[in-house]
Design a binder for this molecule. Sequence first.
Ligand code: BGC
Length: 242
Amino acid sequence: MLRLGIDIGGSGIKGALVDTEAGCIVGERHRIPTPQPATPGAVADTVAAIVEHFDYSGPIGVGLPAVVQQGVARTAANIHADWIGTHAEALLSAATGCPCRVVNDADAAGIAEMRFGAGRDCRGVVMVVTLGTGIGSALFTDGQLLPNTELGHLMVGGVEAEHHASDAVRKREELGWRKWAARLDDVLHAYQALWWPDRFILGGGVSKKHEKFLGRLTVQSEVVPATLLNQAGIIGAATLVR
Ligand code: BGC
C-alpha cells in the first residue's frame, strides 16, 4: 500500500510515498526548507505544499519534533513555541484535506528501524537515537515502543544532551570527528547508566558517516548505525497509517 509519509525537521520538511509493506520509499523524496519561524500555520502550509507536490489524497503519517499526545503537541524545543497545545492532527488534516496522524519524529524513525532496519527481530531493550538538529530517542522493549521519551533533553555533565552532541552542534562548533565522538560517547554513557539498552541504533543523516565515529565509542551496549538513514522518519510515519 502506498502512503505519504512526512518528516518535519528543524531545517527541512521532507515527504515521500512509502510502500508500507516493504518499508521503502517509492520515487523521489521532496524536501522544502522549514519555514522560519516554524509556527504551526507556516509549517502546515509547507506540509500542504508537499501533499500537493505528490498530488496525493489519502491518510498521511507525520513525524513532528515534539512530544505528541493523542495528536496534540506538548513541547517545542526546535520549533516555534506556538506548537505547545496545538492539535497538530486537526491542524494538518484541515490544511491538507487528508486525515493526518502525527507522532514524535524519533518515535516514527524508531518504528521504521525496528520493523525494517537495524532493529529488525531485535528482542530486549533497544534505544534508537536520532542525531540531527536535536537529539531524538525511541525506546523499545521486545519491539514495543515507550513513546515520547525525549532523552535529548537529559542533562549530561551540566548540559542538555542535544546541546552537547547533536549533529547540528558538530557542524555549528566545527567539531572534528574525534571531539564529537567523545561528546556522543558522554551521552551514550549517560543513557546506558540509566536504561542499559542491549543495542543502540544511531540514526539521522550523520549515520551515513558512521565509520568516522562508531569505532571511537566506548559504551558496553552494542552500537549499530541505522540502516534507513534519514528516510526512517518518513517511512515510520507512513506505516502508522497503514
Ligand atoms: C525534541 C524531540 C525530537 C528531537 C529530534 C528534540 O529537541 O524535543 O521531540 O524528537 O529533538 O528531532
